[in-house]
Design a protein around this ligand. Structure first.
Ligand SMILES: [Fe+2]
Length: 255
């Protein structure tokens, strides 16, 4: 698996604070079946991280992982707050893409109104960027106005769900909305958005399985993120038939 959204770097945001905490998170990810983590520290008004510092921490963590024999590769990336992106100079923005593949991970605000989000994303697209939206299921503005998310996906934006949302970690309405978005084809990736080893852990496969999404797991956690990192074509979602007696909720059943 490729974990496209993970706060694995130490002392740079609200993720792990020490290299030992980073290593614990990384080991837990490897044990859960992840082979590549894209390090996506916050780039926001609170955490004014720069690509150069991110690259240095990625290199140091990879060195430690290799030394410790952990079969896991860290790639550089960032989770850029919508409210900050307009302030970042073009060269720096180009260096903050996911694994250097040309896609930016943009975090929508946790507010009921996200005015300007569509214009901002259209502007990024016009400047040649491609956009992955972080946890759209947790954005109140999309709960209130789903059509905005539909338009964004229609324009080429990809939706990256947080695995914990499928388990109800952020409440029942977020869980319901997450399953609805999968059902309606508005989700292209599921990532951990892990911040530590246990409270917000780096697990994905277990959550997908519990939600009945195992048939889509390879597409969501390997094929799509690999294309994002390589800058290649996003493969179409596979046709999946429910094999169980009850249709899972994401296929339009009652779950
Ligand atoms: Fe995050």
């Amino acid at each position: 698996m490729i974990d496209l959204h993970c706060h694995v770097l130490a002392g740079i945001d609200d993720g792990p604070q020490t290299i030992e905490d980073s290593l614990a998170l990384a080991r837990a990810a490897a044990a859960a079946g992840t082979r590549t983590i894209v390090a996506t520290p916050h780039v926001s008004w609170e955490y004014r991280n720069r690509a150069q510092a991110i690259a240095g921490l990625v290199e140091a963590l990879n060195r430690r992982l290799r030394g410790d024999g952990v079969a896991l590769e860290i790639r550089p990336g960032a989770e850029i707050a919508m409210t900050r992106v307009g302030d970042i100079e073009p060269d720096e923005l180009a260096r903050l893409t996911l694994g250097g593949g040309g896609w930016l991970l943009i975090e929508p605000p946790f507010t009921l109104v996200a005015s300007g989000l569509d214009l901002l994303i259209a502007d990024l697209q016009q400047r040649g960027h491609r956009v992955v939206l972080a946890h759209p299921e947790r954005c109140p503005a999309f709960h209130a106005d789903r059509s905005m998310l539909e338009r964004l996906v229609g324009s080429g934006v990809l939706g990256s769900l947080t695995a914990g949302s499928l388990d109800g970690k952020f409440g029942a309405p977020v869980r319901r909305f997450a399953l609805e978005l999968v059902s309606d084809g508005l989700v292209h990736n599921v990532a951990s958005d892990a911040h530590d080893e246990s409270r917000r852990p780096p697990t994905i496969a277990a959550e997908l399985k519990r939600a009945g999404l195992a048939p889509l797991a390879q597409w969501l956690t390997e094929l799509v993120p690999a294309a994002i990192l390589d800058g290649g074509e996003i493969p179409p979602r596979p046709e999946v038939q429910s094999s169980g007696r009850r249709r899972p909720r994401w296929l339009g059943g009652r779950g």
